[in-house]
Design a protein around this ligand. Structure first.
Ligand SMILES: [Zn+2]
Length: 259
């Protein structure tokens, strides 16, 4: 991919400048407006990533694995675009912060091409296996049909061996609250340790401890604050999905018995 975003505002504001300082200020103004454009595109990508995840979860539930694979491919393209934007942002920031440039455009293009080649040469495990959003997407899709089972490594053994991937790939998600031991209700997930709780239960627990306390999951050494807990709508959907599955299994069992 070689699209470049947000050139429109860069073309604005042709002003005559007074000497080198004026040119410098004008350049920085333009670079900053391009950077602001990038934020809008990044937000749009984040929304699209979220939409991909929700769509894939519904498709997985009805067993349409072919379309799930298509969504997976689309997600990878979005993550490629996201990577591009991050590179652009980094280059723009470094151009803004350095004061002397013989030719900003050629500096930019040279760096840009260098990074594009480097990224294109990476294998899938390196591109996506270490990407937190991609791993979470795969984990959630896995959870639809495999509650509580450990997800196998995404790109096989010997692919990417970063700690983060292993942690996420080996994570066991269950749909019961460790405090109430019943199904999660309004689940919230800790940003510190990724453990999830029913909102009311963890709120009561932390209140009783004066606002912060040890994570109630056995073996977890994190201390939780109320601010560490975020609503987890994807998990909530998975719980609801699991309950629907159980209900369907139960009614088909009843039907068999009646027969
Ligand atoms: Zn924990």
């Amino acid at each position: 991919m070689s699209q470049r975003y947000g050139r429109s505002q860069a073309d604005r504001g042709e002003e005559r400048n007074s000497g080198a300082d004026g040119a410098q200020i004008q350049l920085h103004g333009r670079l900053n407006s391009i950077r602001e454009d990038l934020h809008g595109v990044k937000d749009a990508i984040a929304l699209a990533v979220r939409a991909c995840t929700l769509t894939a979860l519904d498709l997985e539930e009805i067993g349409d694995t072919a379309t799930v694979a298509e969504v997976d491919q689309s997600l990878r393209q979005l993550l490629d675009a996201q990577h591009q934007l991050e590179v652009e942002e980094r280059l723009l920031t470094s151009l803004c912060s350095s004061s002397e440039h013989e030719d900003p455009e050629s500096v930019y293009m040279k760096e840009w091409e260098r990074d594009s080649k480097k990224y294109a040469a990476l294998d899938e495990a390196a591109k996506y296996g270490a990407n937190k959003e991609y791993c979470e997407f795969r984990q959630q899709v896995w959870n639809v049909k495999h509650e509580g089972e450990t997800m196998p490594p995404l790109f096989g053994a010997g692919g990417n061996d970063s700690d983060e991937e292993l942690t996420i790939a080996g994570a066991r998600r269950t749909y019961k609250c460790p405090i109430t031991t019943t199904w999660l209700v309004d689940p919230v997930t800790s940003k510190a340790c990724k453990h999830s709780f029913s909102k009311q239960a963890i709120t009561d627990y932390l209140r009783a401890k004066g606002g912060r306390g040890a994570c109630p999951v056995g073996g977890c050494s994190r201390v939780l604050n109320r601010e560490d807990l975020a609503a987890d709508p994807a998990l909530e959907r998975n719980v609801a999905r699991r309950l629907r599955q159980l209900e369907a299994e139960e009614s088909s069992a009843t039907y068999t018995m009646v027969q």
